[in-house]
Design a binder for this molecule. Structure first.
Ligand SMILES: [Zn+2]
Length: 256
C-alpha cells in the first residue's frame, strides 16, 4: 500500500532515510507521496522522486510559508508542478491557528495555487486549520478541482462538507488517539471510495507510538484501526484505498 502523505525530506530523517524507506517496504508500504511545504522542498521533492517507483512528489507552498513566495517563484513552481512525475499540488491551504503569514497573503498564495492546479489538471492536497469557510469558498470559487483534505480532523458534519466538494478525506494517526471518538465516527461515515490514509511523518505517530517520530511503515496502524471501524480485513481495505489513490493521483498502480 501507499502512505498518501509524508515528509521524508524533513531533517528528522537526515540520519537514517534509507533505513526508514527499507522499514516501510518490509511493512508492505511500498510507496509514499512526498508533500512539499515551500519552494525549497518543492525542488527537492521533485528531484528526489523523479524516476523513482516508490515515491511520488507533490509540490506547493504551505500557508506557513506563504509570506516567503517571491513573484519570480511562481513560474518555477508551475514548471515543477507540470512535470509528469509530480502527482499533485500540495500541501497548500489556509491555517488561521498560527498566523505565520497574514490571512490576506495566505489567501492569495492559496488561490494562485488552486488556479495553477486547475490549469495543469492536477489534484490538490489541502492543509486546513481553523479556516473552513474560506477554504471551501476558495475551492468552490475556482471550481473544476479534485483533491484531498489531508490529515482530516473533525466530525461527521465537517466530513460531509468536505465530501460535498467532491474531494477525498485522508485520515492520519489521529484516528487512533483515545479522545478522537468524533473523528472515528466521521471515518465510519465516509464512503469508502473517498477515503485515504497517511502518516504525515515525521508528525502524528499513531498509538501506541504516539509522541515518537512517525514514519511510513506506521500507516499500517492507522489502516488497521480504520479496518476495524469498517468491519473489513486490513488487506481488503488497503486494496480499496489503493484504488482511490490511483483514481485521484493518476499514478500507476504498480505498487502493492
Ligand atoms: Zn504534511
Amino acid at each position: 500500500m501507499t502512505d498518501s502523505h509524508a515528509h521524508l525530506l524533513d531533517a528528522a530523517f537526515d540520519g537514517d532515510r534509507d533505513e526508514v524507506m527499507a522499514r516501510a517496504r518490509q511493512a508492505g508500504v511500498l510507496a509514499h507521496i512526498e508533500a512539499a511545504v515551500d519552494m525549497d522542498t518543492s525542488r527537492r521533492a521533485q528531484a528526489w522522486c523523479a524516476g523513482a517507483s516508490d515515491r511520488w512528489a507533490a509540490v506547493g507552498v504551505h500557508p506557513h510559508a506563504a509570506g516567503e513566495v517571491a513573484e519570480s517563484d511562481w513560474a518555477e513552481l508551475e514548471r515543477l508542478a507540470s512535470r509528469p512525475d509530480v502527482v499533485a499540488v500540495g500541501e497548500i491551504g489556509l491555517d488561521y491557528h498560527d498566523d505565520g503569514a497574514s490571512r490576506a497573503v495566505q489567501q492569495e498564495v492559496f488561490r494562485r495555487q488552486l488556479l495553477m492546479a486547475r490549469r495543469l489538471g492536477k489534484p490538490v492536497i489541502l492543509h486546513v486549520r481553523e479556516a473552513d469557510d474560506d477554504v471551501f469558498a476558495a475551492v468552490n470559487a475556482v471550481g473544476g478541482l479534485s483533491g484531498v483534505f489531508h490529515c482530516f480532523t473533525g466530525d461527521v458534519a465537517r466530513a460531509r462538507r468536505a465530501l460535498d466538494t467532491g474531494f477525498y478525506v485522508s485520515f492520519s494517526g489521529i484516528l487512533t488517539f483515545p479522545k478522537a471518538e468524533e473523528l472515528r465516527e466521521a471515518a465510519s461515515f465516509c464512503p469508502l471510495d473517498r477515503v485515504l490514509v497517511e502518516t504525515d511523518a515525521p508528525y502524528l505517530a499513531p498509538v501506541p507510538l504516539r509522541g515518537r517520530r512517525n514514519e511510513p511503515a506506521h500507516v499500517q496502524l492507522t489502516l488497521a484501526r480504520l479496518a476495524s471501524l469498517r468491519g473489513l480485513a486490513a488487506p481488503e481495505l488497503a486494496l480499496r484505498l489503493e484504488e482511490n489513490l490511483h483514481r485521484l493521483f493518476d499514478f500507476p498502480m504498480a505498487v502493492f
